[in-house]
Design a protein around this ligand. Structure first.
Ligand SMILES: Cc1cc2nc3c(=O)[nH]c(=O)nc-3n(C[C@H](O)[C@H](O)[C@H](O)COP(=O)(O)O)c2cc1C
Length: 284
């Protein structure tokens, strides 16, 4: 799929929506969305290291009244008539690949004028697994609610957004580094074109707005290494998805700006002090 708007505009425009106009998607729009879910010609840098995946749309009418009470999104999501559900085979990079692919879909949906919200926690995995016929070898790392924008966000949603400071992101110095983790990176340290790519990562959504991505610029000024912070407990499953999202933002923006690059797992010799290395990008 070709996006209608610029990817930079779409990234800036996207926010999470937990309130929807409670009406089903108009047929033409639904068809375009289903086409988008095929991800024709889309490849994440993690795809060669991950297994097969599939995405589909599950609408409210597919749940019987008893199941509707158990969807698990109540209290958080209101009015949504559809959910994007995906399953990916279990593998070392399953969540990273899924993060990239679902974010591609979310950016495409934003381009189509639809509101979305990543849902990693608040949904009934067993029920969605049954509806999506998942096998034992597949996981559903997260789903996405999707629908028409409401006239305004309901009060409860405004409170949720405030509590996780959803409109805010950490400054560059906290997220990005120059050469090693002891030297923060500031915008003046990088070429303008790279500054845009880094900024598009900074604007990415992340579970609980934890912003776990870290980037280290290599002494070779055309090379960047991507890491995540380590998270323990039940949130530990999210940084791998979040890094997939960040890589998607970087990758699509680089393509839009005509900056050709290559993703590789290089495991650079940088003392990481607890950060987890994921992948590197270098200009070609
Ligand atoms: C992997 C992932 C899982 C998420 N899970 C939930 C969730 O279960 N419930 C929820 O309300 N928001 C969820 N979010 C949305 C984040 O809270 C949101 O992206 C973040 O606060 C930044 O706000 P923004 O998306 O409006 O920019 C999730 C986001 C990501 C990336």
């Amino acid at each position: 799929m070709k996006f209608i708007k610029s990817i930079i505009e779409i990234i800036k425009e996207r926010t999470s929506w937990r309130t929807y106009e409670p009406k089903p998607l108009e047929e033409g729009l639904r068809a375009r969305l289903i086409k988008l879910l095929e991800l024709e010609g889309v490849k994440s840098p993690f795809d060669d290291l991950a297994g097969k995946y599939r995405f589909g749309l599950i609408g409210m009418p597919e749940f019987d009244p008893n199941e509707k009470k158990k969807i698990g999104t109540y209290g958080v999501i209101q009015g949504a008539q559809d959910f994007i559900v995906g399953a990916i085979e279990k593998s070392e990079y399953d969540r990273e690949a899924y993060g990239y692919l679902m974010e591609y879909i979310i950016l495409g949906a934003t381009d189509l004028g639809l509101a979305t919200c990543w849902l990693g926690g608040f949904f009934n995995r067993t029920l969605f697994g049954l509806k999506f016929n998942t096998t034992e070898n597949e996981i559903i790392p997260a789903i996405t609610s999707i629908g028409y924008y409401p006239k305004k966000r309901r009060k409860m949603e405004v409170v949720v957004r405030k509590s996780i400071r959803a409109d805010k992101r950490y400054p560059w110095e906290r997220l990005f580094f120059n050469g090693n983790f002891s030297k923060p990176l500031v915008q003046e340290d990088v070429d303008d074109k790279y500054a845009t790519l880094i900024e598009m990562v900074r604007l990415a959504p992340s579970a609980g707005n934890k912003q776990p991505w870290r980037i280290v610029k290599d002494p070779d000024e055309n090379m960047f290494h991507f890491y995540t912070i380590e998270v323990s407990g039940k949130y530990s499953v999210f940084p791998p998805i979040d890094i997939g999202i960040a890589v998607c933002h970087w990758d699509l923006t680089a393509k839009e700006l005509g900056i050709k690059g290559k993703w590789e797992i290089l495991r650079p010799d940088i003392p990481s002090g607890g950060y987890i290395y994921k992948i590197s990008w270098h200009r070609q």
